[in-house]
Design a protein around this ligand. Structure first.
Ligand code: ZN
Length: 313
Protein backbone atom coordinates (compact mmCIF):
# COMPACT_ATOMS: atom_id res chain seq x y z
CA UNK A 1 0.00 0.00 0.00
CA UNK A 2 1.32 3.52 -0.68
CA UNK A 3 2.48 5.17 2.49
CA UNK A 4 3.16 8.89 2.54
CA UNK A 5 4.87 8.60 5.91
CA UNK A 6 7.54 6.14 4.77
CA UNK A 7 10.84 7.28 6.18
CA UNK A 8 13.48 4.65 5.51
CA UNK A 9 14.17 1.49 3.56
CA UNK A 10 16.43 -0.04 6.18
CA UNK A 11 16.58 -3.84 5.97
CA UNK A 12 15.15 -5.61 9.02
CA UNK A 13 15.62 -9.35 9.54
CA UNK A 14 12.75 -11.39 10.96
CA UNK A 15 13.36 -14.71 12.69
CA UNK A 16 10.43 -17.05 13.36
CA UNK A 17 10.29 -19.00 16.63
CA UNK A 18 6.72 -20.36 16.64
CA UNK A 19 7.62 -24.01 16.14
CA UNK A 20 10.09 -23.85 19.05
CA UNK A 21 9.19 -21.14 21.57
CA UNK A 22 5.49 -21.25 20.62
CA UNK A 23 4.99 -25.00 20.37
CA UNK A 24 6.98 -25.89 23.49
CA UNK A 25 4.31 -24.19 25.61
CA UNK A 26 1.50 -26.26 24.03
CA UNK A 27 0.13 -29.19 26.02
CA UNK A 28 -1.37 -31.31 23.22
CA UNK A 29 1.16 -32.88 20.83
CA UNK A 30 1.18 -31.30 17.38
CA UNK A 31 1.75 -34.03 14.76
CA UNK A 32 5.17 -34.02 13.10
CA UNK A 33 3.67 -33.66 9.61
CA UNK A 34 1.75 -30.54 10.73
CA UNK A 35 4.96 -28.99 12.05
CA UNK A 36 6.76 -29.75 8.79
CA UNK A 37 3.88 -28.37 6.69
CA UNK A 38 3.82 -25.13 8.71
CA UNK A 39 7.58 -24.60 8.42
CA UNK A 40 7.42 -25.26 4.67
CA UNK A 41 4.75 -22.58 4.29
CA UNK A 42 6.68 -20.15 6.49
CA UNK A 43 9.78 -20.74 4.37
CA UNK A 44 7.97 -18.88 1.58
CA UNK A 45 7.09 -15.89 3.75
CA UNK A 46 10.46 -14.11 3.58
CA UNK A 47 12.18 -14.98 6.87
CA UNK A 48 15.91 -14.66 7.32
CA UNK A 49 15.98 -17.40 9.96
CA UNK A 50 13.56 -20.01 11.31
CA UNK A 51 14.07 -21.70 14.67
CA UNK A 52 12.78 -25.12 13.72
CA UNK A 53 12.84 -27.00 17.00
CA UNK A 54 14.83 -27.77 20.13
CA UNK A 55 17.22 -30.68 20.64
CA UNK A 56 16.37 -30.91 24.29
CA UNK A 57 15.76 -34.12 26.21
CA UNK A 58 12.51 -35.55 24.72
CA UNK A 59 11.37 -36.41 28.26
CA UNK A 60 11.70 -32.76 29.32
CA UNK A 61 9.77 -31.36 26.34
CA UNK A 62 7.75 -34.20 24.72
CA UNK A 63 6.24 -31.70 22.26
CA UNK A 64 9.63 -31.36 20.55
CA UNK A 65 10.65 -35.03 20.80
CA UNK A 66 10.41 -35.24 17.00
CA UNK A 67 13.25 -32.73 16.45
CA UNK A 68 15.22 -34.97 14.05
CA UNK A 69 12.13 -35.93 12.01
CA UNK A 70 11.10 -32.29 11.65
CA UNK A 71 14.59 -31.13 10.63
CA UNK A 72 14.88 -33.91 8.08
CA UNK A 73 11.31 -33.50 6.83
CA UNK A 74 11.30 -29.81 5.95
CA UNK A 75 12.19 -28.43 2.53
CA UNK A 76 15.05 -26.01 3.06
CA UNK A 77 15.01 -22.83 1.02
CA UNK A 78 18.36 -21.30 0.08
CA UNK A 79 19.04 -18.09 1.96
CA UNK A 80 17.13 -19.07 5.10
CA UNK A 81 19.07 -20.21 8.16
CA UNK A 82 17.36 -23.14 9.84
CA UNK A 83 18.45 -22.94 13.44
CA UNK A 84 17.60 -25.02 16.50
CA UNK A 85 17.83 -24.59 20.23
CA UNK A 86 20.71 -26.62 21.66
CA UNK A 87 20.71 -27.08 25.44
CA UNK A 88 23.81 -29.28 25.81
CA UNK A 89 26.45 -31.44 24.11
CA UNK A 90 24.05 -34.33 23.58
CA UNK A 91 21.61 -32.00 21.83
CA UNK A 92 24.43 -30.57 19.73
CA UNK A 93 25.46 -34.04 18.54
CA UNK A 94 21.85 -34.82 17.59
CA UNK A 95 21.56 -31.50 15.75
CA UNK A 96 24.82 -32.05 13.85
CA UNK A 97 23.59 -35.45 12.70
CA UNK A 98 20.68 -33.79 10.89
CA UNK A 99 22.64 -30.78 9.67
CA UNK A 100 21.16 -27.70 11.37
CA UNK A 101 22.55 -24.43 9.99
CA UNK A 102 23.12 -22.85 13.38
CA UNK A 103 23.29 -23.86 17.03
CA UNK A 104 21.19 -21.54 19.18
CA UNK A 105 22.59 -22.10 22.66
CA UNK A 106 20.73 -20.93 25.72
CA UNK A 107 21.41 -20.01 29.29
CA UNK A 108 20.00 -17.49 31.71
CA UNK A 109 21.94 -14.53 33.06
CA UNK A 110 19.97 -14.90 36.31
CA UNK A 111 21.35 -17.48 38.73
CA UNK A 112 17.87 -18.22 40.14
CA UNK A 113 16.26 -18.59 36.71
CA UNK A 114 19.10 -20.76 35.41
CA UNK A 115 18.78 -23.03 38.44
CA UNK A 116 15.00 -23.24 37.99
CA UNK A 117 15.16 -23.79 34.25
CA UNK A 118 18.40 -25.67 33.59
CA UNK A 119 19.09 -27.07 37.10
CA UNK A 120 22.64 -25.74 37.26
CA UNK A 121 24.60 -22.61 38.11
CA UNK A 122 25.35 -20.03 35.41
CA UNK A 123 29.03 -20.97 35.65
CA UNK A 124 28.27 -24.63 35.06
CA UNK A 125 26.07 -23.68 32.11
CA UNK A 126 28.89 -21.61 30.67
CA UNK A 127 31.31 -24.53 31.01
CA UNK A 128 28.85 -26.94 29.39
CA UNK A 129 28.10 -24.52 26.55
CA UNK A 130 31.82 -23.90 26.00
CA UNK A 131 32.13 -27.59 25.08
CA UNK A 132 29.24 -27.17 22.61
CA UNK A 133 30.90 -24.06 21.14
CA UNK A 134 34.11 -26.04 20.67
CA UNK A 135 32.16 -28.78 18.85
CA UNK A 136 30.47 -26.16 16.66
CA UNK A 137 33.81 -24.57 15.77
CA UNK A 138 35.24 -27.98 14.87
CA UNK A 139 32.26 -28.62 12.58
CA UNK A 140 32.14 -25.07 11.17
CA UNK A 141 28.60 -24.58 12.42
CA UNK A 142 27.40 -21.07 13.21
CA UNK A 143 26.65 -20.31 16.86
CA UNK A 144 24.20 -17.92 18.44
CA UNK A 145 23.84 -17.61 22.19
CA UNK A 146 20.45 -16.69 23.61
CA UNK A 147 20.70 -15.05 27.01
CA UNK A 148 17.44 -15.62 28.86
CA UNK A 149 16.15 -13.01 31.33
CA UNK A 150 18.54 -10.40 29.86
CA UNK A 151 16.37 -7.57 31.17
CA UNK A 152 14.60 -9.03 34.18
CA UNK A 153 14.20 -12.28 36.13
CA UNK A 154 10.75 -13.31 37.41
CA UNK A 155 12.35 -14.46 40.69
CA UNK A 156 14.95 -11.80 41.43
CA UNK A 157 13.80 -8.76 39.47
CA UNK A 158 15.68 -6.31 37.27
CA UNK A 159 18.94 -7.41 35.63
CA UNK A 160 21.51 -4.61 35.74
CA UNK A 161 23.53 -3.71 32.65
CA UNK A 162 26.85 -4.76 34.29
CA UNK A 163 25.33 -8.14 35.24
CA UNK A 164 24.17 -8.67 31.65
CA UNK A 165 27.45 -7.38 30.21
CA UNK A 166 29.41 -9.87 32.31
CA UNK A 167 27.85 -12.75 30.32
CA UNK A 168 27.93 -10.88 27.02
CA UNK A 169 31.70 -10.39 27.51
CA UNK A 170 32.29 -14.03 28.36
CA UNK A 171 30.44 -15.31 25.29
CA UNK A 172 31.78 -12.64 22.95
CA UNK A 173 35.25 -13.98 23.74
CA UNK A 174 34.33 -17.54 22.72
CA UNK A 175 33.87 -16.67 19.05
CA UNK A 176 30.08 -16.88 18.81
CA UNK A 177 28.56 -15.24 15.72
CA UNK A 178 25.57 -13.70 17.39
CA UNK A 179 23.91 -13.00 20.73
CA UNK A 180 20.19 -12.80 21.38
CA UNK A 181 18.98 -10.75 24.30
CA UNK A 182 15.80 -12.46 25.49
CA UNK A 183 13.14 -10.74 27.54
CA UNK A 184 11.93 -14.16 28.57
CA UNK A 185 9.03 -13.11 30.78
CA UNK A 186 8.17 -9.69 29.36
CA UNK A 187 9.78 -7.50 32.01
CA UNK A 188 11.74 -5.06 29.81
CA UNK A 189 10.60 -1.51 29.15
CA UNK A 190 11.51 0.66 26.16
CA UNK A 191 13.90 3.01 28.02
CA UNK A 192 15.85 0.08 29.41
CA UNK A 193 15.89 -1.62 26.00
CA UNK A 194 17.34 1.47 24.35
CA UNK A 195 20.17 1.79 26.88
CA UNK A 196 21.03 -1.91 26.75
CA UNK A 197 20.94 -2.13 22.94
CA UNK A 198 23.20 0.89 22.55
CA UNK A 199 25.67 -0.46 25.11
CA UNK A 200 26.05 -3.96 23.67
CA UNK A 201 26.31 -2.80 20.04
CA UNK A 202 28.88 -0.12 20.77
CA UNK A 203 31.04 -2.65 22.62
CA UNK A 204 30.59 -5.47 20.07
CA UNK A 205 29.60 -3.91 16.74
CA UNK A 206 30.61 -7.00 14.75
CA UNK A 207 28.37 -9.46 16.59
CA UNK A 208 24.96 -10.21 15.10
CA UNK A 209 22.50 -8.88 17.69
CA UNK A 210 18.94 -10.19 17.96
CA UNK A 211 16.23 -8.98 20.29
CA UNK A 212 13.71 -11.51 21.55
CA UNK A 213 10.71 -9.97 23.25
CA UNK A 214 7.73 -11.55 24.93
CA UNK A 215 4.53 -9.57 25.11
CA UNK A 216 3.69 -10.81 28.60
CA UNK A 217 2.86 -7.33 29.85
CA UNK A 218 1.91 -5.64 26.60
CA UNK A 219 5.26 -3.90 26.08
CA UNK A 220 6.50 -6.17 23.27
CA UNK A 221 6.12 -3.94 20.20
CA UNK A 222 7.10 -0.83 22.13
CA UNK A 223 10.30 -2.60 23.11
CA UNK A 224 10.91 -3.69 19.51
CA UNK A 225 10.56 -0.07 18.42
CA UNK A 226 13.00 1.06 21.12
CA UNK A 227 15.50 -1.57 19.95
CA UNK A 228 14.99 -0.50 16.34
CA UNK A 229 15.68 3.13 17.25
CA UNK A 230 18.85 1.98 18.99
CA UNK A 231 20.08 0.40 15.74
CA UNK A 232 18.92 -3.23 16.11
CA UNK A 233 17.89 -4.83 12.81
CA UNK A 234 17.06 -8.40 13.83
CA UNK A 235 14.07 -9.70 15.81
CA UNK A 236 12.63 -13.00 16.96
CA UNK A 237 8.86 -13.27 16.83
CA UNK A 238 6.18 -15.93 16.91
CA UNK A 239 3.38 -16.45 14.41
CA UNK A 240 0.10 -15.34 15.95
CA UNK A 241 1.96 -14.47 19.17
CA UNK A 242 1.78 -18.13 20.19
CA UNK A 243 3.66 -19.00 23.35
CA UNK A 244 3.30 -18.90 27.06
CA UNK A 245 5.18 -18.18 30.20
CA UNK A 246 5.53 -20.65 33.07
CA UNK A 247 5.80 -17.74 35.54
CA UNK A 248 2.69 -15.91 34.34
CA UNK A 249 -0.14 -18.41 33.77
CA UNK A 250 -2.37 -17.40 30.88
CA UNK A 251 0.11 -14.81 29.63
CA UNK A 252 0.69 -14.32 25.92
CA UNK A 253 3.91 -15.42 24.31
CA UNK A 254 6.47 -13.82 22.03
CA UNK A 255 5.70 -10.69 20.10
CA UNK A 256 3.46 -11.60 17.20
CA UNK A 257 5.21 -11.91 13.82
CA UNK A 258 2.40 -10.52 11.69
CA UNK A 259 1.93 -7.55 14.05
CA UNK A 260 5.67 -6.80 14.03
CA UNK A 261 5.93 -7.10 10.23
CA UNK A 262 2.76 -5.06 9.68
CA UNK A 263 4.14 -2.26 11.86
CA UNK A 264 7.62 -2.28 10.29
CA UNK A 265 6.21 -2.38 6.75
CA UNK A 266 3.95 0.61 7.48
CA UNK A 267 6.97 2.47 8.81
CA UNK A 268 8.69 1.92 5.47
CA UNK A 269 11.27 -0.57 6.68
CA UNK A 270 12.25 -3.43 4.40
CA UNK A 271 11.37 -6.74 6.05
CA UNK A 272 11.23 -8.86 2.84
CA UNK A 273 8.16 -10.48 4.45
CA UNK A 274 4.90 -11.58 2.83
CA UNK A 275 2.31 -10.32 5.29
CA UNK A 276 -0.63 -12.06 3.59
CA UNK A 277 1.15 -15.42 3.80
CA UNK A 278 1.71 -14.79 7.50
CA UNK A 279 -1.96 -14.01 8.08
CA UNK A 280 -3.05 -17.15 6.23
CA UNK A 281 -0.60 -19.29 8.22
CA UNK A 282 -1.74 -17.67 11.45
CA UNK A 283 -5.43 -18.35 10.65
CA UNK A 284 -4.60 -21.99 9.99
CA UNK A 285 -2.51 -22.20 13.16
CA UNK A 286 -5.61 -21.23 15.15
CA UNK A 287 -7.41 -24.21 13.62
CA UNK A 288 -4.45 -26.47 14.34
CA UNK A 289 -4.29 -25.63 18.06
CA UNK A 290 -8.06 -25.26 18.41
CA UNK A 291 -8.19 -21.80 19.95
CA UNK A 292 -7.73 -18.12 19.16
CA UNK A 293 -4.26 -16.66 19.00
CA UNK A 294 -3.42 -13.35 20.70
CA UNK A 295 -2.74 -11.69 17.31
CA UNK A 296 -4.73 -8.47 17.17
CA UNK A 297 -3.94 -8.17 13.48
CA UNK A 298 -5.83 -11.40 12.82
CA UNK A 299 -8.88 -9.85 14.49
CA UNK A 300 -8.74 -6.38 12.97
CA UNK A 301 -7.08 -7.06 9.61
CA UNK A 302 -4.40 -4.92 8.04
CA UNK A 303 -4.66 -1.15 8.23
CA UNK A 304 -5.69 -0.99 4.56
CA UNK A 305 -8.79 -3.09 5.23
CA UNK A 306 -11.60 -0.62 4.58
CA UNK A 307 -15.16 -0.97 5.74
CA UNK A 308 -18.43 0.12 4.22
CA UNK A 309 -20.21 2.94 6.04
CA UNK A 310 -23.15 1.53 8.03
CA UNK A 311 -26.47 1.73 6.18
CA UNK A 312 -28.65 4.69 7.23
CA UNK A 313 -32.31 3.73 7.23
ZN1 ZN B 1 11.22 -16.81 24.44
Amino acid sequence: MPNIYKSTQKRIFIQEVVTRDGFQAESIFIPTQEKIALINRLSNAGYDKIEVTSFTNPKAIPMLADAEAVMLGIERIAGIQYTALIPNLRGAERALAVGVDEFNLVMSVSEAHNQANLKMSCDDSFKALSAVIHLAHTNQTAINISLSTSFGCPMTGLISLPDLMYWVDRFANTGVHGITLCDTTGMANPSQVQVVCQAVQSKYPNLQWTLHFHNTRGMGLANALAALNAGIDRFDSSLGGLGGCPYAPGATGNICTEELVHMLDLMGLDTHMQIDTLLECSQDLQKLIGRSLPSQLLMAGKVDRLYQAPCQS
